[in-house]
Write a protein that binds this ligand. Structure first.
Ligand code: ACO
Length: 431
């Protein structure tokens, strides 16, 4: 970061401080408070990081007001339409769209890393069969550090690269095997002649008694779901990965931490929660009841798949997802899908309601993704694992960027302490 000519003035307890202001290539200026405590002896307070930039980054940019998402400058709708997931992975990891030869090499590398260490099967077998696939994923990805020692030295750029490739390549196998284990079916090995999305679908749905014929339109829709979830700048799980890795933890442990964070219903778990909500609503005539509940301050119910910390306009991913839902259901000959009908009507009614428009609550990426995944044959418990596999490239790219940054420091937030001040221990008989 270069020295900034702009400054902000802050007055604290009557003293004035000049703080540097950095101008990004896009987005609002950022006041640099790194030296504030040293100079003024005060902290800033921002629970939930609503106004705090935790790092600088060149990977992804979101304009929440416009509803714009750019990866390395390229809009998500163009990438979803013209590109494909592995090309987007390359773009996120290396900063530019690949030349044809580089893409071929990258695809070959990823394809050749898709198998898991055979011993990992025994690790899976330690879980209860009814374990949620996300629980299995947190455990198995964390356990990768026990299986791939030769890519855990984060000071070695080559090991970092191998860890990145392994994570992107193996995550579909890990997620598919979590599903297979959960359903009691045998694990299906990856096949090198299939593309990334087709391979994942086959590993999920093929059984020894009957191979799974991958429908190219479904595989394209799967690939698009991966693309739409690939990265989303400093969201909760990505920030978790960055914070975990700021201590020097190995990449597999850090990505496992990201998966754990993603699992929550306010984040990646929202796609499962959204489909369950659409199922619960059941028919369009019950929508007003649920809208009323979402607006009721005394009811914890929220419209799942609605609202976003950054987007105060349409989530651009939701638009592509809605179109994809129509295409996939059409292809599968599913007419009058009640959940899609409820979703469309719910969206329409919510967007006519001042509660949602005034708070700028719009459908997010998870509003329609569950409908597509269910139509493809996935149970709701697989929705968040699919999100995790798609987001792995984002986590890995952000992790790589952070490790290579000479300014990288251990993440250590401060606090506004409101507890007791110093007091003497009271013996138990006197309490
Ligand atoms: N339904 C009803 N009301 C809502 C919703 C919703 N889905 N989302 C936000 N609100 C209301 C809040 O009650 C709050 O109202 P208030 O100002 O009167 O108190 C206001 O809108 C602002 O909401 P916050 O929770 O302060 O906003 P925040 O940025 O912290 O939360 C979040 C964003 C977590 C995504 C929230 O909108 C939500 O819970 N949505 C539902 C879950 C969901 O879909 N998550 C997926 C996010 S996208 C992703 O991770 C891929």
């Amino acid at each position: 970061m270069t020295e900034s000519p702009k400054t902000a003035t802050l007055t604290v307890h009557g003293d004035t401080y000049e703080l540097p202001v950095h101008s990004p290539t896009a987005g609002p200026d950022v006041i640099d408070i790194r030296k504030l405590y040293g100079q003024a002896g005060v902290f800033t307070y921002d629970p939930g990081f609503t106004s705090t930039a935790s790092c600088d980054s060149t990977i992804t940019y979101i304009d929440g007001e416009k509803g714009e998402l750019l990866h390395r400058g390229y809009p998500i709708d163009q990438l979803a339409e013209k590109s494909h997931f592995l090309e987007v992975c390359y773009l996120l990891l290396y900063g530019e769209l690949p030349a044809a030869k580089d893409l071929e090499t990258f695809e070959t590398t990823i394809t050749r890393h898709t198998m898991l260490h055979e011993q990992m099967q025994y690790f899976y077998r330690g879980f209860r069969r009814d374990a949620h696939p996300m629980a299995i994923m947190v455990g198995v990805v964390g356990a990768m550090s026990a299986f791939y020692h030769d890519s855990t030295d984060i000071s070695d750029p080559r090991q970092r690269e191998v860890a990145s490739h392994r994570l992107i390549a193996k995550m579909p196998t890990i997620a598919a095997w979590a599903y297979k284990y959960h359903t009691g079916q045998p694990f299906v090995y990856p096949r090198n002649d299939l593309d990334y999305a087709s391979n994942f679908l086959r590993m999920c749905f093929s059984v020894p008694a009957e191979d799974y014929e991958v429908n190219p339109i479904l595989s394209r829709a799967m690939d698009r779901i991966f693309t739409l979830h690939a990265d989303h700048e400093q969201n909760a799980s990505t920030s978790t990965v960055r914070l975990a890795s700021s201590s020097g933890a190995n990449p597999f442990a850090c990505i496992a931490a990201g998966i754990a964070c993603l699992w929550g219903p306010a984040h990646g778990g929202a796609n499962q929660a959204c489909l369950e909500m659409l199922e619960e609503i059941g028919s369009v005539d019950r929508i007003p009841e649920y809208i009323a509940r979402a607006k009721d301050k005394n009811d914890p119910f929220r419209l799942m798949g609605f609202g976003h910390r950054v987007y105060k306009n349409f989530d651009p991913r939701a638009k592509v997802m809605k179109q994809s839902a129509d295409e996939v259901l059409d292809l599968l000959g599913i007419e009058d899908n009640p959940k899609l009908q409820v979703a469309k009507e719910l969206e329409r009614e919510a967007l006519e309601d001042p509660y949602f428009t005034e708070k700028k609550l719009f459908p997010n990426v998870d509003f329609y993704s569950g409908i597509i995944l269910e139509a493809m044959g996935f149970p709701t418990s697989m929705f968040t694992p699919i999100f995790a596999l798609s987001r792995t490239v984002g986590w890995v790219s952000q992790w790589k960027e952070m490790i290579a940054d000479p300014q990288n420091k251990i993440g250590r937030p401060r606090q506004l302490y409101l507890g007791e001040t110093l007091r003497d221990y009271v013996d138990i008989e006197n309490r």
